[in-house]
Design a protein around this ligand. Structure first.
Ligand code: C6P
Length: 406
């Protein structure tokens, strides 16, 4: 392993605190990760020394901030291995990135009777924007089904791809189940019919290397805050050929070339899709996070987190009356479960009293919960700073839950 875990944990000051009189064990990383000093310090540096609006002022600070912002775009391009930096659009997060595509792509390419294909394990962010687009355009939403392990049924997917399908939108990794979807195959099959594919990468980017050119996806979205970066910033990667043809998502400053009362012409990429003052500070924080993750190396992160997950599964399996939700052959960093005789919320509350942070509930994936016929699950999600000792503490905590409620 290229990193020393104790040293690494010191980079995350928040992890050192006590919660409810116990050392914090933070297992809610799929909701948001904690931030290393490098990210917090980058934000402070920006606000102490560089803060200025960008692409506008002729003055020194504005020029510095503009350069830093555009450098961050280039860092993001390199991180995803996109062909051009103007294929990188900064957004508020995955949600906004998907809404942008759902709204703008549909206006141009989706007509009454057309179909939009999503999967049965999507986060609400990759369901609702498409429902809204279907409503607006008179299109039909189709859903790729999954099996009891939480794996997509690929034969069904192939059957659902039709001459009416205008776009496929699927998650790379399920936030509720941890399933890693076979997106290479999903993309290749859609492309055989000339259909573009959007990938929701919110839960993938923190755990694996993503190369958008190797994947050949048309759109890829992720949030900074799940990748050790700040909240309020995310990325939409889009192939130039699509972004060029799509109309702007929002109107305002920055996205225009010329505005007259008689009409407006739009700016070139990527600015056409970045209306208004951008979130400069958080984009720079995101850049620091990308550098941090690159320094740790993705192969090392994946190997370490996979060991943690395997150990977690082995240990949790020893508990009575436990049912795992999501047992795909290929999964990462998420263990979702319920005790058959205890409500997930009760489990979460007791764990919290013991200083252990997990997420309980439907995880913004209600159709997934409906499929498994559960009200919600207890979700343990890992990040690179978690340890086996923390898993042992969790297992002891869950034994206490069982004694209290079981
Ligand atoms: N999932 C979770 O606890 P935003 O909120 O825009 O940063 O990300 C939305 C989103 C989209 N897709 C997937 C697969 C996600 O997991 C999320 C966010 C969090 O699972 C908060 S609900």
């Amino acid at each position: 392993m290229s990193f020393n875990i104790e040293q690494l944990r010191r980079e995350f000051p928040l992890l050192g605190q006590e919660v409810n009189g116990k050392p914090l064990v933070y297992f809610d990383n799929a909701a948001t990760t904690q931030k290393p000093k490098a990210v917090v310090e980058r934000l402070m540096e920006y606000y102490y020394k560089e803060n200025s609006n960008i692409h506008r002022g002729a003055h020194y600070l504005s020029q510095q901030a503009t350069e830093a912002y555009e450098n961050a775009r280039e860092t993001t391009r390199l991180y995803l291995n996109a062909a051009f930096s103007h294929e990188i659009i900064f957004s508020r997060g995955t949600t906004e990135a998907i809404n942008l595509v759902a709204s703008s792509f549909s206006k141009k390419f989706v007509n009454p009777g057309d179909e939009i294909l999503i999967s049965a394990m999507e986060h609400h962010s990759n369901i609702v924007p498409w429902q809204m687009a279907c409503q607006e355009r008179g299109a039909i939403l189709k859903v790729i089904p999954m099996n009891e392990r939480g794996e997509l049924l690929m034969e069904e997917y192939e059957k659902l791809l039709s001459n009416n399908t205008r776009i496929v939108a699927v998650t790379h990794v399920s936030n509720a189940l941890g399933t890693i979807n076979p997106i290479e195959e999903i993309i290749a099959l859609a492309h055989q019919k000339g259909i573009p594919v959007l990938i929701d990468g919110a839960q993938a980017v923190p755990h694996m290397k993503v190369d958008v050119q190797a994947l050949d996806c048309d759109f890829y979205c992720f949030s900074g805050h799940k990748l050790y970066g700040p909240m309020g910033v995310g990325v939409l990667y889009g192939k130039e050929e699509w972004l060029q043809q799509m109309p702007p998502y929002q109107g305002g400053g920055e996205m225009i070339k010329e505005v007259r009362f008689s009409g407006t012409t739009y700016n070139e990429l990527p600015f056409k899709f970045e209306a208004g003052t951008p979130n400069v500070g958080d984009v720079l924080g995101l850049e620091a996070a990308l550098r941090f993750v690159s320094y740790l190396r993705h192969d090392e992160i994946s190997a370490y987190e996979n060991q943690l997950m395997q150990y977690g599964m082995e240990q949790l399996q020893t508990l009575e009356n436990i049912r795992f939700i999501g047992t795909a052959e290929k999964k990462t960093s998420v263990i979702s479960f319920i005790f058959n005789d205890i409500h997930p919320y009760d489990t979460g509350i007791i764990l919290d009293k013991l200083g252990i942070a997990v997420r309980t509930g439907h995880h913004c994936a209600q159709p997934t919960m409906d499929f498994f016929e559960v009200p919600g699950t207890v979700r343990v999600s890992f990040a690179v700073y978690n340890t086996r000792q923390e898993i042992d503490i969790l297992v002891e905590g869950l034994k206490k839950v069982r004694t209290l409620f079981g």
